[in-house]
Design a binder for this molecule. Structure first.
Ligand code: NIG
Ligand code: FE
Length: 416
């Protein structure tokens, strides 16, 4: 099918964008593209493609903007229940880490999630996946991490695999038993780390190899933070995971700098995420590596904090910057990458073009999928969003309304 009459076609071509190269849109005015099966076959101006492919069935984009589907590289999609009560507690003055230390926070969602049956958990997770898709996210990374025991972590991994199979949202799973110390090990966290290394990671590997039909291994992530896992524990988990063949991700410097970002760079992690308290030296270490820095502006916003990821410094040092929602029930219940873009323009001082690149080609790099998704180029997967406007800058400029009008996943138009 040939899509034509595209006012602005944002191809994002040329691969991940480092430092101040961020924001190269590969913009074609009055553009067109040809999809065949699941993939993109040709991209160009309308004049070129209509002449070259006169007999293809056509779809008139009616002057809309088309860009790659958003890639959300950091979400905690699988959970049951909500934490509205804690939101109110925080507004009354308690901090996130205080609530966590008192057995609330992540642990209260662990309790709700462990006690939900498969159908309930699947249904609640699927509802969020559908919302993401309606707002233009065509691929999302999604983490386990509200089980903190072997069976429920594997069940959560399986829910993500089942949801991916069902579609249309494509899901790239991450195994996160190191999201918090399991309540059973509260007085002996090292024992929980040992359990993760000796039992949970090997079990996740076995489960994946048996059921994932040859797909790339899921990521393993660690919440390296005061009150969660320290640097020594994080390293132990990562080295075990790496030896088992898992690619790595890290939650680093959300509230305190424990050195997680540097560890990520050293171990060649795919990404280091949050990075609010990251020092300039750590930013330099990240920028000198292939690890993508993922900023999650909904998290400080959701917590009512004024400090955000120093995105301009990351770009000044030549780092790879991506954006994500961090969708989770504690700090940031937001499925919407358009809102992330609007927030990044204000709080991180990105231009709309930079924020779009950080939400497409660079976020694809943060989940090691930039060879398949994140740009509109021949041979890549046909994952597209059509905006209901004729200027891409409306992304960022406007917020609170869904500007996505049509979503194409793997070459198929999916009703939203
Ligand atoms: O990324 N930091 C750890 N994980 C989430 C919060 C999860 C929760 O509070 O349930 C985050 O902010
Ligand atoms: Fe997170």
């Amino acid at each position: 099918m040939l899509i034509h009459n595209i006012s602005q076609l944002l191809t994002m071509k040329g691969g991940p964008q480092r430092g101040h190269d961020l924001g190269k849109l590969g913009l074609i005015e009055q553009g067109a593209l040809l999809m065949r099966g699941e993939n993109i076959e040709a991209v160009g101006t309308q004049d070129e493609l209509l002449t070259k492919y006169p007999d293809e069935p056509r779809l008139d984009a009616n002057g809309k903007v088309i860009l790659p589907g958003f890639v959300d590289p950091h979400t905690h999609l699988v959970w049951a229940g909500d934490r509205a009560v804690e939101f109110e507690m925080r507004l009354e003055g308690r901090t996130y880490l205080e609530i966590l230390a008192a057995g609330g926070g992540i642990i209260s969602t662990v309790e709700a999630t462990r006690s939900a049956d498969y159908q309930t958990l699947f249904a609640q997770t699927r509802a969020r996946a559908k919302t993401m898709f309606r707002y233009g996210t065509t691929t999302a990374e999604a983490k386990t991490g509200y089980g903190l025991e072997c069976k429920s972590e594997l069940d959560q991994l399986q829910i993500l695999m089942d949801l991916d199979k069902e579609g249309p949202l494509e899901i790239v799973p991450t195994f996160l038993p190191a999201h918090a110390v399991a309540p059973e090990y509260k007085t002996n966290p090292d024992e929980y780390v040992r359990l993760i290394c000796s039992k949970m990671l090997p079990a996740a590997r076995e489960h994946w190899v048996k059921h994932a039909a040859g797909k790339p291994m899921p990521f393993v992530d660690v919440f390296c933070e005061t009150g969660a896992f320290d640097l020594v524990q994080s390293r132990r988990i990562f080295e075990t995971a790496r030896d088992l063949g898992f690619p790595l991700k890290i939650h680093a410097d959300e509230f305190d700098n424990l050195g997680g970002a540097r560890l990520a760079a050293e171990l060649g992690a795919a990404s280091a995420d949050h990075l609010v308290k990251t020092s300039l030296a750590d930013i330099e270490a990240l920028a000198a590596s292939s690890t993508v820095a993922v900023a999650l502006p909904c998290t400080p916003f959701g917590l009512g904090q004024s400090e955000y990821t120093p995105a301009r410094q990351i770009l000044d040092k030549g780092g790879l910057l991506a954006l994500a929602t961090d969708c989770n029930p504690g700090t940031a219940w937001c499925e919407n990458m358009q809102f992330v873009i609007a927030l990044a323009c204000r709080a991180l001082k990105l231009t709309p073009a930079q924020a779009i690149a950080a939400s497409t080609i660079n976020s694809a790099a943060a989940i090691q999928r930039a060879d398949r998704i994140g740009s509109i180029e021949p041979g890549k997967q046909a994952d597209l969003v059509f905006l209901s406007v004729d200027d891409y800058r409306h992304l960022g400029y406007r917020f609170g309304e869904n500007l996505v009008n049509t979503v194409v996943k793997k070459g198929r138009i999916i009703p939203i």
